[in-house]
Design a protein around this ligand. Structure first.
Ligand code: PLP
Length: 393
C-alpha cells in the first residue's frame, strides 16, 4: 500500500493527526470531488435532473456495496445512517409475547433501546448472552440459550467502545443451524477489514458510510438476504417502498428497497459509492491487515507507556484502542490531544450501556487509526499521552 500517495489525496492528513476513524474517517479528494460536482449539478440542472444524469453513479453505489459485502445489488437498501438501516430490519420483524431476542454486552446503545421498547410493546423478552473468558460473546452459551422462543439473534460485530471483534462467523453457524434470523450490526467493521455476508451467514447487516469506509456523514446501508426478505413486514409503507394496486390495496417493491424512503441526499449517495469503490480498489484484505496492525501498534505503544492502561477485550482485536491515563480524566485527555492537533474521542457510557454496566471502566480514551495513518503519527500521539500522566497518582 502506497501510504504516502493515499495521504496525498486525503486533505485532512495535512492538518490533523486523525485517530478518530471510529467516529468518522477522513474523506479522500475523489470522494469530495464527486460530491461537490453533484452539488453543483443540482444547483445548475435541478435536483431531479441531476439525479437522472447521475443514475449510473447512483446505481453503482448499490453495486459497490453489494460487491463489498458479498451480496447482490437488489439486497441493498440505502439510509441516512446505520441506525435507521438497523431499525428498518429490526422494527419490521414481527414479534409476539414470549418471543426472545438474544444479544450480547457489546450491543450498540440505540439497538438496546429498540429491543427494550419493542419488548415493552409486544411482550417479547431480551436475553443478554454472557461473555466468554476473552470478553467476547460466549458462543457455547448462545447455543445453549436457543430454543423455540428465539426469534432473533442481534449481534454487534465490533462495539463502538473497544477493540473487540465478536465471533460473527461462529454466531452465524449457530443461527443457521437453528433457523433463527441473525441481524449483524457491522457499523464499525465494514471498511475496516473484510466483512462477507456469505462467510458470516447473517440475514441482515447494517453499516454506515462515514466511519472506516471514509464516506460522507449522513449515509447508511442495510443488506437483506433475499430469502430473509419475506420474514419482514416493512415498518413503514410509502411511495418509495409500495406500489398502488388499486381497490385500496398495495404491494411492496421488489428487493430490499421496500425498506427505503423516498427522499435522499444524492450528493451523499454518490460520495458513498466513490468511497466504497476506493476501498474495493485498495482491497479489504490489505486494508484490514494494515488497520489492525496499526491498532496493535497503538495498543502496544500505550501499554508500554507508564501510567497508561488499555482495556480492549476479545480474542481478536481491531483498530479501535481504548485506554485510561493515570490521574487525567478521559475527556481531558481528548481536549489536550485536540489542542495538539490530534483527533481522538472518549467512549460514552450510554452508547454501550450493557458493557458499561458489566465492566464499569467507561469513559475511556478511544484511539482509532486507519490504513492511511503512519507509525510516526502513532508514536507521536503515544508520546503526548505519556507526557500527560500524573506522576503523583
Ligand atoms: C456508530 C455506530 C452505530 C450507529 O451508526 P450511525 O451511522 O451513527 O447511525 C451503530 N453501531 C455501532 C457499533 C456504531 O459504532
Amino acid at each position: 500500500m502506497d501510504v504516502d500517495a493515499l495521504r496525498a489525496i486525503t486533505p485532512g492528513c495535512k492538518h490533523r493527526l486523525h485517530l478518530n476513524n471510529a467516529g468518522a474517517g477522513l474523506m479522500s479528494q475523489p470522494t469530495l470531488d464527486a460530491m461537490t460536482a453533484h452539488l453543483r449539478a443540482e444547483a445548475e440542472l435541478g435536483g431531479y435532473e441531476a439525479a437522472d444524469a447521475a443514475a449510473g453513479q447512483i446505481a453503482d453505489t448499490y453495486a459497490a456495496l453489494a460487491e463489498l459485502l458479498g451480496g447482490r445489488p437488489e439486497e441493498i437498501a440505502l439510509f441516512d445512517n446505520s441506525t435507521h438501516a438497523w431499525q428498518a430490519a429490526f422494527y419490521s420483524l414481527p414479534l409476539s409475547p414470549g418471543d426472545r431476542i438474544l444479544t450480547g454486552t457489546a450491543e450498540y446503545g440505540s439497538n438496546v433501546y429498540a429491543y427494550l421498547q419493542v419488548a415493552r410493546r409486544t411482550g417479547a423478552e431480551v436475553v443478554v448472552v454472557p461473555n466468554d473468558e476473552h470478553g467476547q460473546l460466549d458462543t457455547a452459551a448462545l447455543a445453549g440459550l436457543i430454543d423455540e422462543r428465539t426469534k432473533l439473534i442481534g449481534l454487534t460485530h465490533v462495539p463502538t467502545s473497544g477493540g473487540l471483534v465478536n465471533p460473527a462467523v461462529e454466531v452465524g453457524r449457530i443461527a443457521r443451524a437453528a433457523g433463527v434470523p441473525y441481524l449483524l450490526d457491522a457499523t464499525q467493521s465494514v471498511g475496516q477489514f473484510p466483512v462477507d455476508v456469505e462467510a458470516i451467514g447473517c440475514d441482515f447487516l447494517c453499516g454506515t458510510g462515514r466511519k472506516f469506509l471514509r464516506g460522507p456523514r449522513g449515509t447508511g446501508f442495510l443488506w437483506v438476504r433475499e430469502s430473509a426478505l419475506d420474514r419482514l413486514d416493512p415498518h413503514v409503507a410509502e411511495i418509495r417502498s409500495a406500489v398502488w394496486d388499486g381497490d385500496r390495496g398495495f404491494s411492496w417493491v421488489p428487493g430490499a428497497r421496500r425498506l427505503e424512503t423516498w427522499e435522499n441526499s444524492y450528493i451523499n449517495i454518490v460520495g458513498l459509492g466513490v468511497a466504497v469503490r476506493q476501498a474495493l480498489d485498495l482491497g479489504l484484505d490489505q486494508i484490514g491487515r494494515r488497520a489492525i496492525g496499526l491498532g496493535a501498534r497503538m495498543r502496544g505503544l500505550l501499554d508500554d507507556t507508564p501510567g497508561v492502561t488499555t482495556y480492549d477485550l476479545g480474542a481478536v482485536r481491531c483498530a479501535i484502542v481504548t485506554a485510561k491515563v493515570d490521574g487525567v480524566p478521559a475527556d481531558e485527555v481528548v481536549t489536550r490531544l485536540a489542542s495538539a492537533g490530534v483527533n481522538v474521542t472518549a467512549t460514552e457510557a450510554d452508547d454501550n450501556q450493557l458493557d458499561t454496566e458489566f465492566r464499569r471502566v467507561h469513559p475511556l480514551v478511544r484511539f482509532s487509526p486507519h490504513y492511511y495513518n503512519t507509525e510516526d503519527e502513532l508514536e507521536h500521539a503515544a508520546a503526548l499521552v505519556g507526557a500527560m500522566v500524573d506522576k503523583r497518582v
